[in-house]
Design a protein around this ligand. Structure first.
Ligand SMILES: Cc1ncc(COP(=O)(O)O)c(C=O)c1O
Length: 549
């Protein structure tokens, strides 16, 4: 009987296939597709359950409250059952995760994702393609290259341009600075090759200009590239939070006069805090005049490349020598999905290294497209598939429409906040962020509430209070040493009602903070420690603090 069953099973198996060994039980292959599908469905069910029951962006949990949940987890003792592992995951992660799809998540540059990308994630992880070489990827390489070419077209670059997908803006900015450094050495130091010879003696004189509002990856890259933080000169911004090109012109001259060597300007086309776009044409003119590499960090601003209404805001970006794009910010792609582009494709050679076992020079000479030749990474995820399915299913117009919608929401929020006497708004948004602070109307209360330190503490407390409640997530930042709150609006589902509700939370937390501050004053007044005149102030204080909600 047993023999008959064995024979039956052997006949049912496809020709040439063997029964899965226990060690291979979890491998992704044709033998395990049934279990694979059932497990993926369990994961999908968990996601659906979690998202259906989720009605706020965060639980408000503190690290010390969550940490004990990990104490008894022994990673050497598997739970064996998928469902058990998923239940555990729900407890230690999903229950308290931060949800970017929730309309009241308005903090950092995290976007809700479009779901064709999730299908792409499943496919690219299952096949586990690596896009470093053709012999590990085949069509995937062509898909990535096609998307690179498409984005180059959107930037407005010509024939000689090229690019590559990266892990995100930080890596793209690092590539930009590496290309700028090595390009300078090659063209200005008589063919000097940093790749072969290391840094030249004069490298400690290299200077790179960037606005004082640019992303910290510029400083970090300078350090990683052996130039040091000192190589980065921060250029003051103007009243619109854009790099002041007159200050830039003066600084370039000053730097040269001091015997230092300007090599590049890192412009930001969409600053992290303000969404402000540096003046592309003016910076480009200065770069041409002084023979400097111009980079445009459009990690955030890149969504404008597909915008149906705001494309003019990036006019002239094609003049930059290189551009950073983060599809995982304003193209609504899951992390990670970024890219780097340059209009001088031969400069990507600064990161090329031929290894006999991977990408020999002979393969390049034969015309084999090995993307590793232009990447800092070797093994590399096929993140391009996410953008591919997005464009093939939804199309670029729909992505642009989402970005347009969140820009509109930022404009509406600006109008609302500007007309509120208890909110100081710092800027009119160019993209979709808004930096502001709670500042109760208080003209008669100086120095008590006019005290910046108090307002700083108040706004920091507001952010923490709201985060702890989990009902909304708002960001904080500092401008000229003062604490502000920040909205980064990337969710088109965030309605003005959501904004008003968050504003009410801000005011409530702010008022509570200020009330606490004046409590000691009232007690002191009763005890006649504070002079009568100050007691009158206390009365006024109460009146102005009855804020409109
Ligand atoms: C303007 C800008 N550039 C670069 C980056 C870094 O991008 P990533 O976090 O993808 O490395 C950011 C991140 O917020 C950014 O806002």
């Amino acid at each position: 009987m047993l023999e008959n069953t064995k024979l039956f099973l052997a006949l049912k198996r496809p020709k040439g296939s063997t029964a899965p060994k226990r060690s291979g039980q979890y491998l992704f292959n044709q033998h395990n597709l049934g279990r694979y599908e059932s497990d993926v469905k369990k994961g999908l069910e968990l996601i659906k359950r979690t998202i259906t029951n989720n009605n706020q962006p965060f639980s408000g949990i503190l690290p010390r409250e969550l940490a004990p949940a990990f104490k008894d987890i022994d990673l050497d003792l598997p739970l064996k059952k998928t469902q058990k592992a998923l239940d555990e995951l729900s407890e230690v992660y999903l229950k308290d995760a931060v949800y970017f799809h929730n309309p009241k998540y308005v903090a950092h540059l995290n976007c809700p994702i479009v779901y064709p990308t999730v299908m792409a994630e499943l496919i690219l992880s299952s096949i586990n393609t690596s896009v470093d070489t053709w012999d590990q990827s085949a069509g995937a390489t062509l898909i990535e290259q096609k998307l690179v070419d498409w984005t180059l077209g959107r930037i407005g670059y010509g024939e000689n341009a090229d690019g590559v997908f990266t892990s995100g803006g930080t890596q793209s900015n690092l590539m930009a600075m590496l290309l700028a450094r090595d390009h300078y050495c090659e063209t200005q130091l008589d063919g000097y090759s940093v790749k072969e010879q290391g840094l030249p003696e004069c490298a400690n004189k290299f200077r790179i200009f960037t606005s004082d509002l640019s992303h910290f990856s510029i400083q970090k890259s300078a350090a990683l590239l052996g130039l040091g933080y000192d190589a980065v000169i921060a250029i003051a911004h103007d009243e619109f939070f854009q790099m002041d090109s007159q200050v830039l012109a003066a600084e370039i001259k000053k730097t040269k006069a001091a015997g230092l060597i300007p090599i590049a300007v890192m412009a930001t086309t969409g600053t992290t805090d303000f969404g402000s776009i540096d003046p592309i044409d003016e910076i480009s003119d200065l770069c041409k005049q002084h023979n400097l590499w111009m980079h445009a960090d459009a990690a955030y601003g890149c969504g404008i490349l597909v915008s149906n209404k705001h494309r003019h805001k990036l006019a002239g970006i094609e003049q930059a020598d290189s551009v950073t794009v983060d599809y995982h910010k304003s193209f609504f792609q899951p992390v990670s999905c970024g890219a780097f582009f340059t209009k001088h494709k031969e400069k990507l050679g600064y990161v090329t290294h031929h290894a006999d076992y991977l990408n020999p020079l002979s393969a390049t000479e034969e015309g084999t497209p090995n993307l590793v030749n232009k990447s800092m990474q070797t093994t590399r995820r096929f993140d391009a598939l996410k953008l591919w399915l997005t464009l093939r299913i939804m199309g670029a117009k729909r992505i642009g429409a989402i970005f347009d919608e969140v820009i509109l929401r930022a404009e509406q929020t600006y109008e609302l906040f500007s007309s509120d006497g208890n909110i100081d708004v710092l800027h009119k948004p160019q993209l979709s962020t808004l930096v502001f602070r709670f500042h109760p109307a208080h003209s008669s209360l100086k120095p008590l509430i006019a005290d910046d330190e108090l307002i700083n503490q108040c706004n920091e407390t507001i952010r923490k209070t709201i985060f702890r409640s989990g009902k909304a997530v708002v960001a904080g930042t500092k401008v000229k040493g003062k604490s502000y709150l920040k909205f980064t609006l990337l969710n088109p589902e965030t309605s003005m009602q959501d904004i008003e509700e968050i504003l009410a939370m801000i005011k409530h937390a702010g008022q509570k903070f200020v009330n606490k501050q004046i409590q000691p004053l009232k007690v002191s007044a009763n005890e006649e420690i504070i002079p009568t005149s100050d007691r009158q102030v206390s009365g006024k204080l109460k009146r102005v603090l009855s804020l409109k909600s």
